[in-house]
Design a protein around this ligand. Structure first.
Ligand SMILES: [Fe+2]
Ligand SMILES: [Fe+2]
Length: 660
């Protein structure tokens, strides 16, 4: 529920009045006035509307009299405080008009029924306004409108149609979803097998640009191209020309869009996105928004384009309007433009106020952490963790929860592994952004995540960790208390209760890829006292099903078990860096756990087969590469592991510690 501040606008009508007053207070030039009103008039609003209108029409929408369209519909689960899913569904969509405003007294409903054209139930929706002002004197105001409803009174495991209707006669196209199964524990009939999908670091392949207007220019005088938001800054289209998938001669130039579409082939019951959602903030350090130096970034600021969200929400709508999308927050999701609640004047602490309005993250986590929550689907418990609270690499938000997140995580894991839900939850998945375990050159492992989460996840037997931040695909062997327990190559069956936690980085969601850590050199030194020899001196290479290193294994690149050249972020030596945020230091490390390595675009599909109490239950993780060069296929399975547990028997009776 949105907190209401009496002196700040909430409804559309309140906003219209507030905006008029705010503009009247600015004793500034016509130019600044136009900047402040940029969201309400001119090229941006028209471009927004053109995009939204195309999606609205493609989805079967019917226009009403007010010139408003409904776009970017997406669904979210509605879990209770213990994580069990209510027979309900949260629906959010965007409302867009050519003028950038909405008519007074506009109302909205979401209609629900069991067949298209037959909508028996009508839920009044809340129309919420999201706006924020750039950190520039007299800077522009970003403005967007969202319609939100929670559909309650549904039945479990049931199929529903829905549509959004506005009071001016506007009606969205039909969409549909299936509610989650009731969670009975294992004494009753177990839920049917199901699949979910996951990725991270997605972004868009279409930049919202305004070619008719640029910062510092009088809009009336601008006629040529140029634009305040040039291509390749706020979109993914800065791929390396040599990238075999997204590069100049690549097999898929738009991997973010393609992979979202490919998910439909897997019929997922939900999708996880482990942070770095759309890159409206391409700098990703949570600093105040300032586009005055675009394409450069002013010191101590981040660039920001709120309309990237419009592109992203229309991009995912063909999937997300039909199956819940559950989000965790990455470093590019810290948006201080909106403060914590989406109201101007809030201290820009974590900057998740925009997400509160654009998305529907469940509110069953610690009350200070809007992107931390839990839900249970069938026999799988899912935890959304906010890595920004724990990171040593990017410390803008580090520690903002004051420890509340970790306390909540342990309480939840205790409930799922030792308490009342331990008969129900067989598999536990945690998803978050910065990697506890990765060897990628750009960010590698974050000691803040590893130090805090590895002991907790080892103790309570988390099965799978889905991470992002590093733009490639990497899977570890199972790890307990910081140590690999066994090798687990492609095709392995893993018993997490004995073997430990598997960490997957799926930052391969569409944003331009990163390389693995290069060969040891003065700029990429090995740890002190380590003298690499033989294959260790070769560049760190890839390893996945079907991969053939040029020249043969261990002659052209080191894709062996002995990766000597990774690093982990430490909090030691933390200092404010040149970009203006506090950052820790890189500590080189030798690692033994990097098992699968694919340096292009991929997502995972997880097939869960629940079982009757005492019988086998499995959880199979398939890694699907997008347009693998040479395959000629839309996607290719490049790795598969299966976790195995005994259904209803995942309660931990004694907590093991290292050395036991
Ligand atoms: Fe990213
Ligand atoms: Fe990131």
């Amino acid at each position: 529920m949105t907190k209401r501040f009496p002196d700040r606008p909430v409804t559309v009508d309140e906003f219209a009045e507030w905006n008029t007053r705010a503009l009247a207070r600015q004793s500034v030039s016509r130019r600044s006035m136009l900047k402040a009103a940029v969201a309400g008039a001119g090229g941006v609003a028209v471009a927004q509307f053109t995009l939204a209108n195309a999606a609205f029409a493609a989805g079967g929408g019917t226009a009403g009299s007010a010139g408003v369209v409904v776009s970017g519909r997406h669904l979210s689960f509605v879990p209770a405080s213990d994580g069990l899913l209510r027979p309900a569904m949260a629906v959010t969509a965007q409302l867009v008009s050519k003028t950038g405003t909405l008519p007074h007294h506009l109302r909205a409903w979401v209609e629900v029924g069991t067949a298209p054209g037959h909508y028996g139930d009508c839920h009044e929706a809340d129309i919420q306004h999201l706006y924020g002002q750039y950190a520039i004197p007299g800077g522009p105001v970003s403005s967007q409108f969202y319609v939100k409803a929670v559909l309650t009174g549904l039945r479990p495991s049931s199929f529903y149609h829905y549509r959004v209707r506005l009071s001016d006669g506007t009606v969205s196209g039909d969409a549909h979803f299936t509610t989650a199964p009731a969670t009975h524990g294992h004494d009753l009939r177990p839920p049917k097998p199901f699949t979910f999908t996951a990725f991270a670091d997605v972004g868009t392949n279409t930049a919202p640009t305004d070619p008719k207007w640029a910062w510092g220019q009088d809009p009336a005088s601008v006629t040529g191209a140029g634009g305040v938001w040039p291509a390749g800054v706020f979109d993914d289209n800065y791929y390396n020309a040599a990238d075999p998938v997204a590069g100049t001669n690549g097999t898929d130039r738009t991997p973010a869009v393609t992979q979202t579409s490919l998910m439909a082939t897997q019929n997922p019951v939900f999708t996880l996105l482990a942070g770095d959602i759309c890159y409206a903030d391409p700098d990703g350090s949570g600093l105040p928004a300032d586009d005055s130096a675009v394409p450069g970034t002013p010191p101590g600021k981040n660039r920001y384009n709120p309309y990237v969200w419009d592109v992203f929400l229309t991009q995912i709508e063909p999937q997300a309007a039909f199956t819940p999308w559950m989000f965790a927050t990455g470093n590019h999701d810290m948006e201080p433009l909106y403060g914590n609640t989406g109201f101007l004047g809030d201290s820009p602490n974590h900057g998740y106020g925009g997400h509160a309005k654009r998305l529907d993250m469940p509110d069953n986590g610690p009350h200070t952490c809007p992107s931390v929550y839990r839900f249970v689907y069938g026999n799988v418990g899912v935890l959304s963790v906010d890595a920004n609270d724990l990171s040593y690499e990017i410390q803008t938000n580090t520690g903002y929860s004051g420890g509340a997140q970790l306390r909540w995580l342990e309480d939840t894991l205790r409930e799922w592994r030792r308490g009342g839900l331990s008969d129900t939850v067989d598999f536990v998945v945690a998803f978050f952004h910065h990697c506890a375990y990765s060897t990628t050159n750009n960010h590698a492992s974050d000691g803040g995540l590893r130090d805090k989460l590895d002991p907790l996840f080892s103790k309570y037997q988390v099965d799978l960790v889905v991470q992002g931040h590093n733009h490639l695909l990497e899977r570890t062997d199972p790890i307990r208390y910081g140590r690999r327990t066994r090798p687990a190559p492609d095709g392995s069956t893993i018993r997490p209760a004995d073997d430990g936690v598997t960490y997957l980085c799926v930052g391969s969601g569409g944003r331009p890829r990163y390389p693995f850590r290069p060969a040891p050199s003065p700029t990429a030194p090995p740890p002190p006292g380590v003298t690499p020899t033989g294959p260790q001196l070769l560049p760190e290479g890839q390893r996945y099903r079907g991969y053939q290193p040029a020249g043969g294994a261990n002659t052209a690149e080191n894709n062996t078990e002995n990766v000597v050249n990774s690093y982990v972020w430490s909090k030691d030596g933390t200092a404010v860096n040149a970009s203006g945020y506090p950052q820790g230091t890189k500590v080189p490390e030798v690692i033994e756990w990097s098992q699968v390595r694919y340096d292009d675009y991929a997502f995972i599909a997880v097939d869960v087969v629940p079982g009757r109490r005492g019988h086998r239950t499995t959880f199979t993780v398939r890694t699907l590469a997008d347009a693998l060069p040479g395959s000629g296929e839309p996607y290719t399975e490049i790795d598969r592991i299966t976790f195995e547990r005994t259904a209803g028997r995942s309660r931990i009776r004694t907590i093991e510690r290292p050395g036991h």
